[in-house]
Write a protein that binds this ligand. Structure first.
Ligand code: PSV
Ligand code: MN
Length: 426
């Protein structure tokens, strides 16, 4: 399925008047406050977030997965789905492949398909958290950290293969997330596990092409419930430093213990030039993979405030690889991704409205109340007309969820693919 230009224009017809009125009002209010509205809109238009190739099918839990009709059953169909989201939102201009779930069978064809839809290949993800078909060695007791060199070598070889695959598609980074850890006290020697992981990561690092980077993701628990080798940002940061200048930490919002100050983590990593990637989701209890902004939108705004500060003030930090990493469980996966994209853009727009000069002055004067006022003034602004404008400028729709439904996208996908298709992934 492909969304046509005329369909976009049709969808916008009924919304354009309301958009114009709300945008004009907001932009003159912001103008009076000294904001450069056109610049903010341009920044929103440029901001693109990768969709992981495994997130287009039904979500689920370890207890079950309730299939969703019309799921994509091939990489081509997944890219087609991202094309639909991107046509509507103009924010999903990238795909992040999970290997081996989504190895292209025809590289040229898949590149052409993605190019035509304006979709880039972002970071490629290795998978050593599951045993793969016909694999000689098992990752039951770890991969890069395993006590057996043969197992570690297999995991290293897999990561190197992922780099080769990504390189053929134009990706520029490898994301490594390890499930390695232990389920029970005494099961693993912490020091040996960390040392093995560091050595293995260094071997993978040696295989990075010149212009590539390696992103090291951390997570405190799950699937192991007693210890995880790369459990927190400190460990990831330490490993990235040990590997070299092309290695960075990756922050996944769901990978923190409750109440962690994620904005502070972001800010420290950027100051040190070591934040390379970012996975968006939201959570109430743990790594719940909920829709971005559905639980803690203010926390997301505070995180974006630090990201914006870092993007402006930390030239030592690279451009970030942004990706949604959430599972939608009982929602239509595409609608859920659209909601997440909207929440990301909203938080970003609000952060762009924070008056950094005034905030600095208030901080220097230790005017704590004013500091909070400045942040909350920005947060309380309804920025949705700015997002709409950014989408219109890029050729997207004013209201993506309304358009998705009005165009009958899911019905069309079911017609094309049938009811009983299943997407690869978790
Ligand atoms: C692990 O929980 C994670 O956040 C990693 O980024 C994986 O690639 C992704 O989820 C899917 O398993
Ligand atoms: Mn993640």
């Amino acid at each position: 399925m492909k969304i046509l230009k005329d369909q976009i224009l049709d969808c916008n017809k009924s919304e354009i008047q309301n958009h114009k009125e709300t945008f004009d009002f907001l932009s003159s209010t912001l103008d009076k406050k000294g904001h450069k509205v056109a610049e903010i809109v341009a920044k929103l238009s440029d901001f693109q977030v990768a969709i992981p190739s495994w997130a287009l099918g039904a979500g689920g839990t370890r207890f079950g997965r309730f299939s969703f009709y019309g799921e994509p059953s091939s990489l081509e169909q997944k890219i087609e789905d991202i094309g639909v989201i991107h046509s509507l939102t103009q924010t999903a201009g990238a795909v992040s492949l999970h290997i081996p779930w989504d190895i292209p069978s025809d590289y040229k064809a898949i590149k052409e398909q993605a190019d035509a839809l304006n979709i880039k290949f972002d970071s490629v993800n290795s998978n050593t958290f599951q045993d793969q078909k016909n694999a000689k060695e098992s990752y039951k007791y770890g991969s890069l950290s395993n006590t057996s060199k043969v197992v570690r070598d297999q995991a290293i070889a897999h990561n190197l293969e992922v780099i080769t695959i990504g390189d053929k598609l134009g990706s520029k980074s490898l994301t490594v997330w390890l499930a390695d850890g232990s389920c029970f006290p005494g099961q693993s020697n912490f020091q040996t596990a960390l040392q093995n992981t560091e050595n293995s990561l260094k071997d993978i690092y040696k295989g990075l092409p010149k212009d590539w980077s390696m992103l090291i993701e951390y997570k405190p628990y799950e699937p192991n419930f007693y210890s995880t080798v790369i459990q927190d940002w400190g460990t990831s940061f330490m490993l990235a430093n040990a590997c070299g200048e092309k290695a960075f930490s990756l922050v996944d919002l769901g990978h923190h213990l409750p109440n962690s100050n994620i904005e502070q983590i972001v800010s420290i990593l950027m100051l040190k030039g070591k934040l390379g990637g970012f996975h968006f989701n939201d959570s109430k209890y743990g790594d719940d993979d909920l829709t971005v902004g559905s639980i803690k939108p203010y926390a997301l705004f505070l995180i974006f405030n630090e990201l914006v500060y870092g993007m402006r003030n930390n030239p030592q930090n690279p451009d970030l690889a942004w990706m949604i990493d959430a599972s939608h469980n009982v929602k239509d996966p595409l609608e859920d991704l659209i909601q997440s994209l909207e929440a990301i853009q909203e938080a970003y727009a609000k952060a762009l409205l924070v008056d950094q000069v005034q905030l600095k002055e208030a901080q220097l004067a230790n005017d704590v109340v004013k500091c909070q006022e400045i942040l909350q003034n920005a947060y309380r602004t309804d920025v949705r007309p700015l997002l709409e404008k950014a989408r219109i400028n890029n050729g997207g729709v004013i209201k993506p969820i309304n358009a998705f439904r009005a165009l009958g996208v899911r019905g069309q996908l079911i017609k094309e693919r049938g009811k009983n298709t299943i997407a690869t992934g978790l």
